[in-house]
Design a protein around this ligand. Structure first.
Ligand SMILES: O=C[C@H](O)COP(=O)(O)O
Ligand SMILES: CC(=O)C(=O)O
Length: 216
């Protein structure tokens, strides 16, 4: 369901800042701060009312940023984020209804998985890029390695997210099936609300140094 070009851009980024935004006006400076640190992907969740407008603003004004929508839970939200210009969408879980809507509009969708049954349901719906959520509380790297082993030869890739901090980034990136690691540590709510763009750029640059080292 993910086009090769989108998979390539996600893998090149290696990290996905997961952002809960309170004011859509923060979206463009945030995206530029991340890009300045070398991070070319962002996931804006629909957990706040500003999420949809933030997606629209970045898709329109920061074309170098691959913008994804998070917490996409309904068919209506699939259509809304697609219309807003999201390049991909994710959800905490796997819903056949939501995935069917994404297939219908042609929106790349990475559903959330934490069991082999979740993975197989997602694969039945054509997904090969999956969000491993909630990564840390579900068992972290050892769980991902064990769970993904039977599907690796089929090209299934994962975006682990949930409770991950910068100190764990290298361990996740060392797992062959990991495309990119998601987390809020790359742009915290406090930093966004304070407009602390320099700190976000510095965090992005630190994360990209770890990604480069992990990818050789
Ligand atoms: O639900 C949580 C987000 O998807 C990621 O945030 P976190 O990195 O703070 O766990
Ligand atoms: C957790 C997650 O992936 C989401 O909110 O979409």
């Amino acid at each position: 369901m993910f086009a090769e070009a989108t998979r390539t851009r996600l893998s090149a980024a290696g990290v996905v800042p997961v952002v809960v935004i309170n004011d859509a006006a923060q979206a463009v400076p945030l995206a530029r701060a991340l890009l300045a640190g070398g991070v070319g992907v962002i996931e804006l969740t629909l957990r706040t009312a500003a999420g949809l407008d933030a997606i629209k603003a970045i898709a329109t004004e920061v074309p170098d940023m691959l913008v994804g929508a998070g917490t996409v839970l309904t068919t209506e939200q699939v259509r809304e984020v697609h219309a807003a210009g999201a390049a991909f969408a994710v959800a905490p879980g796997t819903s056949r209804t939501t995935l069917a809507a994404a297939l219908e509009v042609g929106l790349p969708f990475a559903p959330g998985v934490m069991t082999p049954s979740d993975i197989e349901t997602a694969m039945t719906m054509g997904c090969r890029m999956l969000k491993f959520f909630p990564a840390e509380s579900a068992g972290g790297v050892p769980h991902l390695k064990a769970m993904s082993a039977p599907y690796a030869h089929l090209g299934v890739k994962f975006m682990p997210t949930g409770g991950i901090k910068s100190g764990q980034l290298a361990d996740y990136l060392a797992v062959k099936t990991v495309a990119a690691v998601g987390g809020s540590w790359l742009a915290t709510a406090a930093q966004i609300d304070a407009g602390d763009w320099d700190a976000i750029t510095a965090q992005a640059a630190d994360a990209m140094a770890i990604v480069r080292q992990a990818r050789g």
